[in-house]
Write a new protein. Structure first.
Length: 172
């Protein structure tokens, strides 16, 4: 008599049963315990070869008995990519998710941007305060950045998170 393997047993379970056995519900966030993608989001195999969904999207779909509408994303109120608690998930446009990221200061900016960041908050204040005393090209060379970066700082398009008032002036 042939013993059937775990693959056969898994196929006998419903999609919802397979999903929920991979979830740790011991805390407020229900944590995904199976496979993960590169950005920390859980992955759930829904059948077939290479047919997978993000676990948080699957959690929302199972809880709402509906697929995520086209052009929409599933957002986390808890900001935990491993969380699949439907109470922490909501639907929104990509722009809504981006606004939420900016509001909660989860996006990379300034020194947190990583890589070869040449400026810090203090240097940005110096650049702002030297407007009118030195040109953008001169300041760009002094701080090792492009003229357009200096202009962006002066116009308030770049480094917006750094507080500054026109009273913060330096004497050259």
């Amino acid at each position: 008599m042939r013993v059937r393997g775990s693959t056969w047993l898994q196929r006998q379970k419903s999609l919802e049963e397979r999903f929920h056995e991979k979830v740790d519900r011991s805390g407020d966030c229900w944590l995904w315990t199976s496979a993960f993608g590169t950005r920390g989001y859980g992955l759930f195999w829904v059948g077939g070869i290479k047919r997978q969904k993000y676990a948080h999207r699957m959690a929302w779909e199972l809880a709402n008995n509906s697929e995520v509408p086209d052009g929409q994303v599933v957002m986390h109120s808890c900001d935990n990519p491993a969380c699949v608690n439907p109470a922490h998930l909501s639907i929104g446009a990509h722009l809504d998710n981006k606004r939420d990221s900016v509001q909660k200061k989860r996006q990379a900016f300034g020194v947190r941007n990583g890589g070869g960041v040449k400026l810090d908050d203090a240097k940005v204040v110096e650049i702002r305060s030297l407007k009118g005393q030195l040109g953008s090209t001169t300041l760009g060379r002094k701080y090792g950045v492009a003229k357009s970066t200096v202009l962006g700082i002066w116009k308030g398009r770049l480094w917006k998170h750094v507080p500054w008032t026109p009273d913060d002036t330096l004497k050259v």
